[in-house]
Design a protein around this ligand. Structure first.
Ligand SMILES: [Zn+2]
Length: 339
């Protein structure tokens, strides 16, 4: 027995040198910030679990095309600035859709705890124009077609099949990110594939980035609606939404006419999607915020398929109203201090 142990102890430890393969798929609904954050978490998680093992990362990108058919600004920044510029030193190798980059130095292990993302200086990361209610869309020069692209064309762009992007069910509908009534185009980049239920829930707003954020959020929220994935022992947690309001597995929307139910759903969405806490909710009591909310709602949200009152649209409008309200207060304070 002793002999055997000694023998084993002399064997070189090869497993420590095995590299770890990391993978991230930048989906259409992920913008630069979300994608960067997730890639960072993947690398940090691997470094914590398997310190010192060489890490090789592969990035794939769905959609995210500019007017020339090349990768759009967010995808390009993820590959160049973030992946090759920032993350590569914590990896041994980084592969993106164009090519593979090798880290010529020793892979670093001192990965920071938190990733801080600052908006680019050229202003390209500027957000929705909350004051002018401008449209924010991903396509700058829209395809001027007057009819909608086919299901197949949208699915190809999204890098998936013709099932709902959130729950994977069929049949699906072609959902505008920015509705036509708010100036949205029929460009393939302005479409999501959603089942009737999720289409009915999606926000009708002029802000495409907020629409895609909503898709990304509901993808997690409604994970339990997707068919079981083949990972043994992996169980999706039930969505906090369903627990609180009792939406059934078929995704029946419940009784939205019930004012309390609507308010509770709104609270959940403001908390989980827009990150509201007690401070934000307490602002709803402020004088003037209601007025701001109605101004936003009238100016930048639309009625779609006869559904005027949606939790998702209202949550966006409340959040936008709060942003505007805070700015008004800031200006007032600055003026007061000048006097
Ligand atoms: Zn669905």
């Amino acid at each position: 027995m002793t002999k055997k142990r000694k023998k084993l102890g002399k064997r070189p430890v090869r497993s420590a040198q095995k590299s770890i393969l990391l993978f991230h798929d930048m989906r259409v609904e992920e913008d630069f910030e979300l994608c960067a954050q997730r890639m960072f978490e993947v690398v940090r998680g691997a470094a914590r679990r398997f310190p010192g093992r060489p890490r090789r990362m592969i990035l794939t990108v769905q959609g995210h095309r500019n007017d020339l058919g090349a990768f759009d600004h967010d995808a390009f920044e993820i590959m160049q600035e973030f992946g090759s510029g920032f993350l590569l030193c914590y990896l041994t190798e980084f592969t993106h859709p164009y090519f593979t980059l090798k880290n010529n130095r020793k892979q670093r292990e001192d990965i920071p705890d938190v990733l801080e993302i600052t908006p680019p200086e050229d202003g390209s990361g500027s957000s929705f124009d909350y004051w002018g209610f401008a449209r924010r869309q991903r396509e700058f020069i829209s395809d001027p077609r007057s009819s909608r692209p086919t299901l197949r064309a949208i699915a190809d762009y999204l890098g998936r099949d013709t099932s709902c992007q959130i729950c994977w069910r069929k049949p699906v509908e072609r959902a505008h990110a920015v509705p036509e009534s708010l100036g949205g185009s029929n460009d393939v980049r302005n479409f999501a594939l959603l089942c009737t239920y999720h289409h009915r829930e999606a926000p009708d707003i002029a802000d495409a980035e907020a629409f895609w954020r909503w898709i990304d959020y509901v993808y997690d929220r409604d994970a339990h609606m997707r068919p079981e994935v083949g990972i043994p022992g992996f169980v999706f947690e039930a969505s906090p939404w369903n627990e609180l309001i009792g939406v059934d597995d078929e995704g029946k929307p419940g009784t939205e006419t019930d004012e309390n139910l609507f308010r509770r759903k709104l609270r959940i969405e403001l908390t989980h999607l827009y990150g509201w806490g007690p401070e934000e909710f307490s602002r709803l009591e402020s004088i003037g915020i209601d007025q701001e909310f109605h101004r936003v709602r009238r100016g930048a949200t639309g009625r779609h398929r006869g559904v005027g009152r949606k939790v998702s649209t209202y949550a966006w409008a409340y959040n936008t109203a709060l942003v505007r309200f805070r700015e008004i207060e800031k200006i007032k304070e600055e003026r007061a201090s000048e006097k």
